[in-house]
Design a protein around this ligand. Structure first.
Ligand code: HPA
Length: 409
């Protein structure tokens, strides 16, 4: 922020403002890290001059860039200088609602920083600000600007206690979700929000470390930009992992279960409110978990001597664990596993055209079947104990999974 304010303040000295005598400087940082600056330019027909923000936007577009990650505006008065209404609309063309706007007084002595959404009224069409209404691949562009060669084929969502898998990646490159525009914040211990790119068993992968749970208070649609990022980076498939409770006494803690299908008891859906050009997204979910990828996982598990179970995963909203009566009801519905994640990502992935595989680590027998009360600490601990087995399966299966994708591309 300091660098951006300094650049805006410096260019203010070049302002052509003989009529208002109010020099303004603006500086824009884009996903490539470049800073574009501009000052106000008045003319004898004052007040029809050009604002500093407009000049900076002109410089950015002329340089071939169209994304504002962060913008600073420095005025000549004692109070922070806010973009005018016209410039807010101009910024909206190239910014996201989360884009930070720094408004400063002369010399940057007083600074107010707000997300752009707070400057722009709803009437301006905030939901699609800067996205042209089509979900422009901002976060992926940001990743590409740092790693132009990155072409991950498979996305991995690493659930509770499973983040260790990312440490096995060769040439790992890490981004925090906080530095990628449009991505949500995860708040649960053991669910740090990071994207790690690298190679596992010779296959380029992109791992989402940590995840968004609806029990954190997020809307289900918060998941979409994460899955979209993996798709935009080039992933053709998404492997979802999680920690789950087992409804089958014969499949106890430490076992790994391949997800065959799911039951959505979240009471919500990540696609709510979305409209495609054909209307609401009536996505077909008759084969969410890809049979071909599933067969590969079964075959590889058998090859490496891992007893891989298969079952139906039921998602609850949480954050409470279930009651024994709920577990009995879920068993009657056909569930083998219960957890608080995975289903929104799987639906988002199908909507976005990714093939899906799912693997659960059983951390406990579900409520009423377990000898002791359930806890998150126990979930994390049991997941990290079985994580090596899951990592072994993934590593062994990735080349075949990637080959299946190449075959279908
Ligand atoms: N219930 C819900 N979520 C879970 C469980 C459970 O028993 N174990 C791990 N995640």
């Amino acid at each position: 922020m300091k660098e951006l304010l300094k650049a805006a303040d410096a260019v203010r000295a070049r302002a052509w403002a003989p009529y208002s005598r109010f020099a303004v400087g603006a500086a824009i940082r884009t996903p490539s890290g470049t800073v574009h600056v501009g000052c106000n330019v008045e003319n004898a027909a004052y007040p029809q001059g050009q604002c500093a923000e407009a000049t900076a936007i002109g410089a950015m577009v002329s340089a071939g860039e169209t994304r504002i990650l962060e913008i600073a505006v420095v005025g000549s008065g004692p109070d922070p200088c806010a973009p005018c209404g016209g410039c807010r609309q101009r910024i909206a063309e190239f910014a996201l609602p989360e884009t930070v706007v720094h408004m400063a007084s002369a010399g940057g002595r007083t600074v107010e920083s707000v997300p752009f959404r707070e400057l722009l009224p709803h009437a301006f069409g905030l939901r699609t600000a800067g996205e042209g209404g089509t979900g422009r691949p901002w976060a992926a562009e940001m990743v590409r600007s740092r790693l132009p060669q990155a072409r991950p084929r498979i996305g991995l969502v690493l659930g509770s206690g499973l983040g260790g898998i990312a440490t096995a990646l060769e040439g790992a490159q890490t981004f925090s979700w906080a530095e990628l525009p449009g991505l949500p914040r995860s708040t649960v211990p053991g669910h740090a929000g990071r994207l790690v790119l690298g190679r596992l068993a010779g296959v380029e992968v992109a791992c989402l470390l940590g995840r968004v749970h609806l029990y954190e208070g997020h809307a289900a649609s918060t998941i979409l930009p994460l899955v979209q990022l993996l798709r935009d980076l080039g992933c053709g498939a998404l492997v979802l992992t999680n920690a789950a409770g087992s409804l089958r006494p014969d499949v106890g803690p430490g076992r790994i279960v391949r997800i065959l299908d799911h039951i959505n008891m979240l009471g919500t859906n990540p696609l709510i409110g979305l409209r495609t050009e054909h209307g609401p997204p009536f996505v077909d979910l008759s084969a969410v978990y890809d049979p071909e990828l599933g067969t590969i996982l079964d075959r590889v598990a058998a090859r490496i001597g891992l007893g891989l179970e298969a079952g139906v995963y039921l998602a609850t909203l949480g954050p409470c664990f279930e009651t024994p009566a709920e577990i009995r009801a879920f068993r009657a519905l056909g569930a083998d596993l219960v957890g608080m994640s995975t289903v929104p990502e799987a639906i988002a992935a199908r909507f976005l055209g990714l093939r899906v595989a799912g693997l659960s680590i059983v951390t406990n027998l579900a409520a009423g079947l377990a000898p002791a009360p359930l806890s998150h600490a126990q979930t994390l601990e049991a997941a990290s104990r079985a994580a090596d087995a899951l990592a072994g399966l993934l590593e062994a299966a990735l080349p075949d999974l990637a080959a299946a994708l190449a075959g279908s591309a």
